[in-house]
Design a protein around this ligand. Structure first.
Ligand code: NAD
Length: 383
């Protein structure tokens, strides 16, 4: 099979943050070299586009003209531009029959979310939402244990994204980055919640119907700056579960960008908090009884890894080149399989919006003093 010709939208600024375009070039042309190659890069900054195209090598072309980029023979794009462009660029690619893997969040507003749902529905091309943290080995291990019934019926989950991003607000020339411009701001793109809510919803196999949110004033630790920080979102799902998500992008503290917990009728899981802590479970069928005086104990989650994620334990170093451990590797594998028609996109447009839109509604809740806001289901949006 001929390699899929990828285009990258948004090369990335090398001097701050992770530069997502570059990560995807390394991943596609590395671990997936037999199946795909980056053939084109589009960026409004010609220097970034040229740099990334040169890095991709093998005749990859740099574009600053979006239409010419879409017409250049590419079959799939990774949308890694700033958030407010995700929907318009994804929709344009889909209209041109080009498959889309979109960076997070999927959309920056309710209107944009609606537009994206319609564009994905109208196209024969694949749209997959690139929520990478949902692909963590730990999340996949818990998911497979859940699917095997070890937790029983699940009814509560938590996700936390605690990442002091203050050093990522400005680039080396003092210009605000996407984080600096939009994180925590009412005129931004909502709460940056997909990394915490996405995995929680994956574990519950559910979607949010209601959200209430509160947050501190950013000024507490970032004086003079507009916006909020330390968001707590409380949500109810269609299946009746409760989900708590905390997103804090400014507090002075060690990171924990992927803490999760899950509670079911037969057991529970909690991720590691740091300082020697590790991910743990207590499972009614496998462990001691849970009585107040007999004291149920925590047990190592990773003792279940060989049984449930042997495929994950086998992958080599090449799979780590996309960043975040092997998350991007597994995500890209799913995307390529969907492009080949071997499976449905693992995180389709509706799931992408399930992970994203509660963050938009959370801003509305905050504006209304923590009111409970209904979250629409975009599966029901009229054509
Ligand atoms: N999934 C993750 O773990 C993760 C991590 C970081 C960033 N992100 C997402 O990736 C995206 C890019 O983040 P980054 O840190 O690489 O940002 P960045 O600011 O380093 O790079 C953005 C790039 O997009 C270019 N650009 C700006 N406007 C554009 C437009 N209209 N069309 C095309 N290109 C444009 C810029 O010139 C720059 O090269 C963001 O949407 C962000 O939310 C995801």
């Amino acid at each position: 099979m001929a390699p899929i010709r990828f285009g990258i939208i948004g090369a990335g600024n090398r001097d701050v943050g992770s530069s997502r375009g570059d990560s995807f070039i390394a991943l596609v042309n590395g671990a997936f070299a037999d199946e795909a190659r980056v053939a084109a890069v589009y960026d409004i900054n010609s220097e970034n586009a040229r740099r990334a195209a040169a890095r991709a090598g093998d005749g990859a072309r740099a574009f600053t003209d979006f239409e010419a980029f879409l017409d250049s023979g590419i079959e799939a794009v990774v949308v890694a531009s700033p958030v407010r462009f995700h929907v318009e660029q994804s929709a344009a690619a889909l209209r041109n029959g080009i498959h889309v893997l979109s960076e997070v969040p999927a959309a920056h507003s309710m209107d944009a979310a609606r537009q994206l749902a319609r564009a994905a529905r109208a196209s024969d091309a694949v749209y997959m939402f690139g929520e990478n943290i949902r692909y963590l080995d730990e999340v996949e291990l818990v998911k497979r244990m859940e699917a095997d019934g070890l937790f029983g019926e699940t009814y509560y989950a938590e996700g936390e994204y605690l990442h002091d991003c203050k050093d990522l607000w400005f680039d080396s020339k003092g210009r605000p980055t996407w984080r600096g411009k939009q994180l925590g701001r009412a005129d931004g793109f909502g709460v940056y919640c997909t990394h915490s809510l996405g995995p929680a919803l994956y574990l519950l196999d559910d979607r949010v119907t209601q959200v209430a949110a509160l947050a501190n004033e950013q000024a507490v630790v970032a004086p003079g700056r507009e916006g909020h920080f330390n968001f707590t979102m409380l949500m109810k799902t269609a299946g009746g579960a409760v989900v708590k998500v905390r997103v804090d992008t400014v507090s002075n503290r060690p990171h924990n960008t992927s803490y999760f917990s899950l509670q079911g009728v037969k057991g529970c899981y909690e991720g590691a908090r740091g300082l020697g802590d590790e991910a743990k479970v207590w499972l009614m069928d496998d462990h001691e009884e849970s009585h107040v005086f007999e004291g149920a104990q925590w047990h190592r989650l990773w003792d279940y890894a060989e049984r449930y994620i042997p495929d994950r334990l086998e992958v080599g170093e090449e799979a780590r080149r996309g960043g975040h451990g092997t998350c991007e590797y597994w995500m890209m594998k799913d995307f390529i399989a969907a492009v080949h028609g071997e499976q449905e996109p693992a995180i389709d447009v509706y799931r992408g919006l399930d992970y994203t839109v509660p963050g938009i509604c959370a801003m509305e809740s905050l504006a209304q003093g923590g009111a409970v806001i209904p979250v629409p289901d975009f599966r029901e949006v009229p054509r």
